[in-house]
Design a binder for this molecule. Structure first.
Ligand SMILES: [Zn+2]
Length: 150
């Protein structure tokens, strides 16, 4: 069967927006479908469903794609600056580590959420809604504590 971006049985009852608009909405932390509801409940936790259009956003699993894209972008933005500073001033390695490692951590932390939002929007636009591999994975349940537990 040839691969198509259109699903045979669409999971959403609304037409998704163009990919650029969807990714921009996702990057801004908004529902990629309607642009109104929140996409995240916290830093990176995706809401179960959009509060506005009820799109089942929580079923999508981006897994390692957002960190991969985040590291890719941060590396391409910061590594030229690292090489430029090294070529101009040749600072000691401890100074490189003291400056660049925290800067990489800060940039990656700031980029991860919008990149995850854009990745989820891209997945939604491709029709990857989370039901490709069966039923959605249930949320972990915290173990119950009894008074006798240490
Ligand atoms: Zn929505």
């Amino acid at each position: 069967m040839p691969w198509t971006s259109e699903r045979e049985t669409p999971a959403l009852s609304v037409n998704p927006p163009p990919i650029g608009a969807a990714m921009a909405r996702g990057a801004m932390g908004r529902c990629p479908v309607c642009g109104q509801g929140r996409l995240f409940n916290g830093y990176l936790r995706v809401v179960d469903a959009c509060e506005s259009c009820h799109a089942p956003l929580g079923r999508m699993r981006a897994d390692d794609a957002p960190p991969y894209f985040t590291i890719l972008i941060a590396g391409h933005v910061l590594l030229p600056a690292v090489f430029w500073v090294e070529k101009l001033w040749q600072p000691p390695m401890w100074l490189h580590m003291a400056v660049w490692l925290p800067l990489f951590a800060i940039v990656c932390t700031l980029l991860l959420r919008p990149v995850k939002g854009a990745t989820l929007a891209w997945m939604l636009r491709l029709g990857l809604t989370g039901d490709e591999q069966g039923a959605p994975v249930p949320a972990p349940v915290a173990p119950r504590r009894t008074p006798g537990d240490a």
